[in-house]
Write a protein that binds this ligand. Structure first.
Ligand SMILES: Nc1nc(=O)c2c([nH]1)NC[C@@H]1CN(c3ccc(C(=O)N[C@@H](CCC(=O)O)C(=O)O)cc3)C=[N+]21
Ligand SMILES: [Mg+2]
Length: 341
């Protein structure tokens, strides 16, 4: 994983590594937060009381098996399989890990995976050529350019170049615009927020008529999560780094989606008893007791929230695995549109 080091809590000897830097804007937001300090006294206790733990890993596995069954049956009837192209620029360890999981997910589901690994110093022009070739390739139904891209490449230009019919990340401005409009449907919905909603639905948590708070306003998670929840008739409030009363607003929520990119920022006293908490964050914290030297924590303080909430996703094993399952689902959806056309 590429892990950015930021000082954690008040203890100078421990660090948080944030693996969630997907975009320049997220990077800027994090800088603005730099002087804030939070502490969360993890007890390590894992009592049976309190929130139901939403097992994202198991739910993702179920989704992947469903996709595998459908892919096999479409292969039998059409002789074709879905194809996903993953473009990786540079050698970030976290990106390499995620790309490997995506390719493995494809293999298991019977989806053909294509990969292009480009050097860190590739020109924007060369990258755009790779995208154009995949746009033109009829055996490719989904194209994903792993983010973040190196600084010399304009991310917007690259996302704009992906065919909206193959934009399995749903990051193309046209797909985002369609998501934002009532009565219209994007070709693809971004994988992480889609995974959050799927976790709620598959856990039997009602969304319609409920009060939801989304913490974070990124293009990749917070903003589309807001739109998706509104489409399911939740009343949604988005809070962010400049919201003075984020805690008080969050205390009103039946559903909380946490995507602020700050380790354990959301504490137990932010959460209304019985609320559902979906934690999108992945942060690695130094931990000498662990073999790898760190452990992963979310943007929510799991041990404080568990006794209070009605349901909570763990990190790891919550939203992360669902993101990959939704990517495979989007690829299958793109493929189905081409075979039925
Ligand atoms: N164009 C693009 N699309 C993306 O969807 C995209 C991206 N760029 N850049 C990076 C982020 C991050 N991301 C994750 C996917 C899976 C896990 C995941 O499977 N996490 C596991 C394992 C965590 C671990 O061990 O590191 C878990 O939470 O249990 C996490 C994060 C997709 N992203
Ligand atoms: Mg934010």
């Amino acid at each position: 994983m590429h892990l950015r080091r930021v000082s954690r809590h008040n203890a100078s000897s421990s660090y948080v590594y944030s693996a969630q830097i997907w975009s320049e804007s997220a990077h800027r937001e994090r800088k603005q937060h730099k002087n804030r300090r939070f502490s969360c006294n993890a007890t390590g206790a894992n009592s049976d009381e309190g929130a139901a733990i939403i097992d994202g890993k198991a739910i993702a596995q179920t989704v992947r098996e469903e996709i595998g069954v459908e892919v096999a049956s479409l292969k039998a009837s059409t002789g074709k399989v879905p194809g996903l192209a993953v473009v990786l620029v540079g050698g970030r360890k976290d990106s390499e890990t995620y790309v490997r999981s995506k390719k493995k997910g494809c293999e298991e589901a019977g989806i053909q995976s294509f990969g292009t690994d480009l050097p860190e110093d590739v020109t924007e022009e060369e990258l755009l050529k790779v995208v154009a070739d995949y746009n033109a390739d009829p055996s490719v139904h989904g194209i994903l350019v792993q983010l973040p891209l190196p600084d010399h490449i304009n991310e917007e230009n690259v996302l704009n170049a992906i065919s909206i019919e193959k934009d399995v990340d749903g990051f193309h401005p046209l797909n985002m615009g369609l998501l934002a409009q009532r009565g219209r449907e994007p070709f693809f919905v971004p994988c992480t927020p889609k995974g959050c909603v799927e976790l709620l639905e598959r856990s039997g948590i009602e969304i319609s008529g409920k009060t939801a708070v989304v913490i974070g306003r990124s293009n990749i998670v917070g903003m589309p999560a807001n739109l998706l929840l509104q489409r399911r008739d939740a009343t949604v409030t988005v809070v962010h780094s400049r919201t003075p009363n984020a805690k008080e607003v969050t205390q009103q929520a039946d559903i909380v989606i946490v995507a602020c990119g700050r380790a354990e920022m959301v504490r137990g006293d932010w959460i209304k008893p019985g609320a559902a908490v979906i934690d999108v964050g992945i942060n690695a914290v130094d931990d000498a007791t662990k073999k790898r030297g760190y452990r992963l924590v979310g943007d929510a303080c799991f041990d404080e929230i568990k006794p209070i909430a009605g349901a909570i996703t763990p990190v790891p094993g919550g939203v992360g695995p669902m993101t990959i399952a939704m990517l495979l689902q989007n690829t299958l959806e793109g493929f189905k549109r081409t075979v039925s056309a």
